[in-house]
Design a protein around this ligand. Structure first.
Ligand SMILES: Nc1ncnc2c1ncn2[C@@H]1O[C@H](COP(=O)(O)OP(=O)(O)OP(=O)(O)O)[C@@H](O)[C@H]1O
Ligand SMILES: [Mg+2]
Length: 280
């Protein structure tokens, strides 16, 4: 369980805090989605929850971050890193910079955990398969596409088998097939008991995998609740967040005067067609 209690954070030299009095609880096995417009403070929330802010980035934090009930204040970054893994918004930032192949890149994190060689290989292989990057394993991680780097970065995080995982826009550069691989991997990791915080613009993805969702605006949590309730909240649109396609279709249908039955029929049809496309 990862808990933020009344956290406010100001970057070094900044005039104003970028996170204001944020409290949240991320339970074991839970996927918590975070939405909000640009500059709302989503990445800052990820940095605070992971311990990088203020430890590595400087700045000033008030409030408490608790992991499994223990206050993390005063703990060194290398201790935090064994408990909380973070995937950055820009996958290029994530790469180790020392691995010469994608295979080494995925294995890099677990190799530094002090686990057996067999376990490192097992996790590396499983992560490569989970993200379907087998064809890339001998490539230079610096010389692949942004979307490919994103899959490699997430494979590296999965190989850490983290108990707490924070993902900042993990599918920003991915096509629908890659997005599906990432969302399946998130669901499997959560089903195995990990707690996962995921910032995403793709609200349909969040609607599919999140138990709860938070909306952030100007550094504050403005909405929090069950995924369907928050993603269907009419005020979300005013915060600059897209509606999930089901919410949008229901709204457009009712504005066009369609009956509830006609709208639900059209939605059922659209859902069955899109799952057929995704499974193809
Ligand atoms: N290193 C930094 N130093 C000072 N201010 C920063 C720094 N990084 C971000 N900020 C500021 O903090 C606020 C929140 O930024 P943050 O990156 O958390 O937003 P975001 O919601 O992740 O946006 P986006 O959707 O564009 O990724 C912004 O006003 C931003 O300018
Ligand atoms: Mg961001």
């Amino acid at each position: 369980m990862l808990i933020l209690e009344g956290c406010s954070y100001r970057y070094a030299g900044a005039a104003r805090p970028s996170l204001r009095d944020v409290s949240l609880t991320l339970r074991d096995g839970e996927v918590l989605g975070v939405v909000g417009k640009s500059e709302a403070g989503k990445s800052t929330l990820c940095l605070v929850a992971s311990g990088l802010a203020p430890r590595t980035l400087g700045g000033t934090l008030s409030g408490r971050v608790l992991i499994d009930g223990a206050d993390t204040a005063g703990r060194a970054m290398h201790e935090m890193a064994t408990e909380v893994a973070i995937g950055f918004q820009n996958p290029g930032t994530q790469l180790s910079g020392v691995a010469t192949t994608v295979y080494e890149e995925v294995a890099f994190g677990p190799m530094n955990l002090g686990i057996s060689r067999e376990e490192v290989l097992r996790r590396t292989e499983a992560s490569i398969d989970a993200l379907a990057i087998r064809a890339l394993t001998q490539r230079d991680p610096q010389r692949i596409s942004g979307g490919q780097q994103q899959l490699v970065a997430i494979a590296g995080l999965l190989a850490l088998a983290p108990r707490h995982l924070i993902l900042d826009e993990p599918t920003a550069q991915l096509d629908p097939a890659g997005t599906r691989l990432v969302s399946d991997a998130i669901e499997r990791l959560a089903a195995a008991g990990a707690s996962i915080l995921v910032v995403e613009q793709k609200v349909d993805l969040l609607a599919g995998i999140c138990h709860r969702v938070l909306a952030v605006d100007e550094g504050r949590v403005t909405l929090e609740g069950a995924a369907a309730a928050v993603l269907g909240d009419p005020t979300l649109h005013a915060l600059g967040v897209a509606e999930p396609s089901t919410v949008r279709l229901r709204r457009l249908g009712s504005e066009a005067g369609l009956s509830g039955q006609a709208i639900e029929g059209a939605l059922a049809l659209a859902t069955s067609q899109s799952s057929r496309v995704n499974d193809a």
